[in-house]
Design a protein. Structure first.
Length: 329
């Protein structure tokens, strides 16, 4: 592995990512790094079957964002997509609460067809990333079944019925990553971590996007043991999520909705953490705990903002020495 001395030297960066927040910073890294240098390891805990089709919302958001097909206003789905197929399904009496667009259905049909032919989700995802010309490797954390389940005041729920069907309404008391114990990391994810000069934890939802992947023991161990620096970026600014239910979910689960609490979820895995310039108390608390902390504007806005943040994260990472906190954990 070549010595990384400055931000421009990184040739293999791994990003652990969920959907919207993960895809936004992935686009920034894809713009900041040489072509092919970025591998995104994607959460599959949100995956679900609809009408016999396999839908992978986080992988799909990554594919659409990195191929510039994304509906930028929403942050998910294909730009200018229509919902004729969904309208037909509704007319036929099928449940139609999951917002699947017509172009979107094409990807789900292709993926499900290939799975039925015996190809792995990894092979399919890598090929989709190539054919969509993302100039980035996208690999699922695991090819095995992994499903985030939520215990709520309405009982145990699958992820999508809670997230989309009920708009995160039911109060959550417990999370479970079903299948994680038996799941093995995908070979592509392990190879990418093995070759990585830097691992970045995207500003994704720790509880719903990153921890399902880390619940796969082999993947967690590989991240814990890599000599490459590991850096996280907070998804919270001033204790608020830029988008989505993270702050409320943390409160529901008895956690503080702060950047330091997010970093705490990754205890033993991080050498450095990036918080918003305004979150000085978080920065101080984390530094006291022995972590290297960088403070900067972590709101991305659009692709240019994402590229700016990615470059600043690379700069920070290039100057990091592996922390004692992580090595002793
Ligand atoms: P999901 O799977 O679609 O929910 O997406 P992720 O888990 O990857 O990302 C969700 C998180 O992204 C939310 O908690 C947001 O706060 C965070 N996020 C979205 N945009 C930004 C941004 O511009 N900056 C930062 N720091 N976080 C962001
Ligand atoms: Ca997700």
């Amino acid at each position: 592995m070549a010595e990384v001395e400055s931000a421009g030297d990184f040739r293999s960066v791994v990003l652990l990512a969920g959907g919207v927040g993960g895809a936004r910073i992935a686009e920034g890294f894809a713009r900041a790094l040489p072509e092919g240098a970025l591998t995104v390891i994607a959460n599959v805990g949100d995956d679900e079957e609809f009408y016999g089709l396999r839908v992978c919302p986080d992988i799909d958001t990554l594919l659409y964002t990195l191929s510039d097909r994304i509906n930028r206003r929403q942050g998910w789905g294909v730009a200018d997509d229509t919902v004729k197929a969904l309208d037909v399904l509704r007319d036929l009496g099928a449940p139609a609460w999951m917002k699947l667009g017509d172009a979107d259905f094409g990807l789900h049909i292709w993926r499900s067809w290939r799975l039925a032919e015996g190809d792995s989700l990894s092979e399919i995802t890598v090929e989709a990333a190539k054919r969509f010309d993302t100039r980035t490797n996208i690999v699922p954390a695991t090819d095995d079944r992994l499903r985030t389940k939520l215990n709520t005041d309405e009982g145990w729920m699958d992820f999508q019925p809670w997230f989309v069907g009920k708009r995160c309404g039911p109060k959550v008391s417990e999370l479970r990553y079903e299948g994680a114990d038996a799941a093995r990391p995908s070979a592509q994810a392990m190879a990418a971590i093995g070759a990585a000069e830097l691992i970045v934890f995207a500003p994704s939802n720790p509880l719903l996007s990153i921890e399902p992947m880390l619940a796969v023991a082999g993947l967690r161990d590989a991240v814990a043991q890599t000599p490459a620096p590991c850096v996280g970026v907070s998804p919270l600014i001033g204790g608020k999520a830029v988008k989505g239910p993270l702050a409320r979910l943390m409160q529901d689960l008895g956690l503080e909705a702060t950047s330091r609490a997010v970093a705490g979820r990754y205890a033993g895995l991080l050498d450095g953490f990036v918080v918003d310039a305004g979150d000085t108390e978080d920065a101080e608390a984390l530094r006291k705990a022995g972590l290297s902390v960088a403070s900067m504007d972590i709101l991305m806005g659009g692709p240019e903002g994402a590229e700016r943040l990615a470059r600043e994260v690379l700069e920070f990472a290039a100057g990091l020495v592996p922390s004692r906190e992580r090595r002793s954990a």
